[in-house]
Design a protein around this ligand. Structure first.
Ligand code: DHB
Ligand code: MG
Length: 232
């Protein structure tokens, strides 16, 4: 048991129970997403998926901002992808980047089962930095909404690309930016924490984006989101 949980013995339990309560009230159970989580688990994918409450937040942000073109960096098994795709209009488009071919294959199956076709969601497999460069070379129209949720050491690289593929008004969201508060550890040896800290350094000095970060608790523990908008 960590020092933290000795201080607050029931806290993480309360966070999880409260997430379940909020889900029961606000987010109907969804067999397609439950099946996707089971399929991811069976294939040995890590349990890094967004929670239902978080997935719904991403979907609401897409609907609230009227986003039509979405870029996701880090597909994993496609749970966040399904949440976001369901927030898009019929003529929307979501491109999602995934390093691992196995993850991409499972994600495609999960999306197919959700009735989300290739015309709406395009999964691109390979190194995300290379895929991002390819998007630029293809002269893809700027994205309206970008979700950064891949390998954390590369967060600064992904933020730079996100800005290159944006336009004024583009919403950029980053997952896992608090990491149980480890983000404040200046001399952390954890490459994920270091990546997130450099991500914040960039945000702090980058005039093109106006951002905040929100700490979150829930079934996934204690973490946080960065939310930003590209300036006019
Ligand atoms: C990690 C990555 C994630 O995207 C997440 O949501 C939780 C944890 C990780 O690499 O530790
Ligand atoms: Mg994440």
């Amino acid at each position: 048991m960590t020092d933290k949980s000795m201080e607050f013995p029931n806290l993480t339990h309360t966070w999880a129970k409260t997430d379940r309560y909020l889900e029961r009230k606000l987010i109907p159970r969804d067999p397609v997403l439950e099946h996707a989580l089971d399929a991811n688990d069976a294939a040995g994918l890590p349990h890094y998926d967004v929670t239902a409450a978080q997935g719904k937040l991403l979907q609401l942000l897409i609907r609230m901002s009227g986003a039509k073109r979405v870029l996701e960096i880090g597909t994993l098994g496609g749970v966040s992808t399904i949440w976001m795709a369901r927030g898009l209009p019929e003529d929307g488009r979501l491109i999602t980047l995934e390093l691992e071919p196995l993850h991409a294959r499972i994600a495609r199956e999960n999306l197919d089962r959700a009735g989300i076709g290739r015309e709406l969601v395009d999964i691109r497999t390979g190194d995300a930095a290379r895929q991002l460069a390819l998007l630029e070379r293809e002269k893809q129209e700027p994205f309206d909404f970008i979700f950064i949720d891949a390998d954390k050491p590369n967060n600064p690289v992904y933020l730079k690309w996100a800005l290159r593929l944006s336009k004024p008004g583009t919403v950029i969201v980053g997952d896992n930016v608090v990491r149980e508060g480890a983000v404040i550890e200046e001399s952390s040896a954890d490459p994920r924490v270091r990546g997130v800290r450099r991500f914040f350094d960039l945000l702090a000095e980058e005039p093109r984006i106006d951002a905040t970060a929100i700490q979150t608790v829930g079934v996934k523990g204690y973490d946080g989101f960065m939310l930003g908008i590209v300036r006019e």
